[in-house]
Design a binder for this molecule. Structure first.
Ligand SMILES: NC(=O)c1ccc[n+]([C@@H]2O[C@H](COP(=O)([O-])OP(=O)(O)OC[C@H]3O[C@@H](n4cnc5c(N)ncnc54)[C@H](O)[C@@H]3O)[C@@H](O)[C@H]2O)c1
Length: 338
């Protein structure tokens, strides 16, 4: 299949992409593919909500069944942006159909399901699978990684991160905050440091009144990587004031921080202000564009995907499982399963 796609690309035919899930991310990815990615054509969109699929399809085929989209011969490659709980079955079906798959994070909500996916698709399916950890393509993050790797601040000693969403998804639980939101840090921290997470601890204090009783928001996740660096991730998914992501990497000689990416400052009434976006899309628009472009180019060329791999997705799920174990065991340090 990959050879056929490469042959089509060689004669200038676009890669025909089917998008599963037409919510916030699926609709955004379909638009980005259409507007900003060379060599791609969105030929189908599927969502259990057919009206949503039609609206995101913008004239392409709309399905209310993901498996019908996967079977469509006019779909060469599948982008999965459906609910976390259905990723696993859709990844398995697409890989078994021999189609390249870009699955939004997480691979699956639990480690057991993630492991089962990799068993079900085997080595051939694994080679077809990429994960949507887009920070790896975000210009601010790639610059940060390059500075760390170049030793600009000397050996890294600490990483401090804060991540805030305006409002949580419906039915959010303490566990889903880890598998859905903190999961980005569970991939980006070992990627930035070039060192795997070996042990974790999870803590929480007073919770916001905006969540159901028993849901821990905000929460603090501590990660220790094999290099000995301690990272703290302060997550609050109901922050109201805006989408906000902060990272500081402290080294022996200095510190590196992601700067506020606001493009405009308003000076008014003796105050200066900048805005926050409502969600992550404006902050990561370039990352999504670069990620999708790299994915389409690699699938079309039949070369290995430069995106996060299935193994990276499983590694993040292993760390998430350890964080949830700590959550259930009074915040004790938990070793990450190897
Ligand atoms: N990489 C990122 O920056 C990023 C950001 C946000 C969300 N995500 C991930 O993207 C995915 C989608 O998130 P979202 O914010 O767009 O959520 P959303 O709720 O806005 O959209 C999900 C869509 O999936 C559809 N859906 C549910 N079950 C389905 C099924 N069985 N088949 C087909 N469609 C189905 C829903 O009807 C909905 O339209 C999630 O997995 C989420 O974790 C990634």
């Amino acid at each position: 299949v990959v050879d056929l796609i490469a042959a089509a690309a060689a004669v200038g035919q676009p890669l025909r992409v089917g998008v599963i899930g037409a919510g916030i991310m699926g609709a955004d990815h379909a638009n980005t593919l259409r507007r900003s990615v060379r060599g791609a054509e969105v030929t189908a969109v599927a969502d259990v909500d057919l009206d949503r699929a039609k609206s995101a399809a913008a004239g392409a085929t709309a399905y209310d069944d993901a498996f019908a989209l996967i079977a469509d011969p006019a779909v060469d490659a599948v982008l999965i942006a459906s609910h976390d709980s259905v990723h696993a079955a859709q990844v398995v079906a697409a890989a078994r159909a021999g189609k390249a798959v870009l699955c939004e994070k997480p691979l699956a909500p639990t480690l057991a399901e993630g492991r089962q996916v990799l068993r079900d698709i085997g080595a051939t399916g694994e080679a077809l699978l990429s994960l949507g950890f887009m920070r790896r393509f975000d210009p601010a993050h790639t610059e940060l990684k390059a500075a760390i790797d170049a030793g600009v601040i000397g050996p890294v000693l600490r990483v401090t991160g804060a991540s805030r969403n305006v409002v949580s998804y419906p039915d959010t639980t303490s566990e889903s905050i880890i598998t859905n939101s903190v999961i980005h840090e569970l991939d980006s921290i070992p990627w930035l440091l070039g060192s795997p997470v070996t042990s974790v601890a999870w803590l929480a204090g007073r919770a916001t009144s905006k969540v159901a009783a028993g849901v821990a928001d905000p929460s603090l996740t501590l990660l220790r990587t094999a290099d000995g660096v301690l990272t703290s991730v302060d997550m609050y998914v109901n922050a109201e004031y805006g989408y906000d992501l902060r990272t500081e990497v402290l080294g022996e000689k200095g510190a590196l921080s992601l700067t506020d990416p606001a493009l405009l400052a308003v000076d008014l009434g003796r105050h200066r202000s900048t805005g926050y976006p409502l969600d992550w899309r404006p902050r990561f628009a370039d990352a999504y564009r670069l990620e999708l472009g790299a994915w389409v180019a690699s699938v079309a060329a039949g070369t290995p995907s430069p995106l996060a791999s299935a193994a990276d997705g499983l590694a993040a799920s292993r760390v998430a499982a350890a964080v949830i174990a700590s959550m259930h065991e009074g915040g004790r340090w938990v070793e990450v399963d190897r």
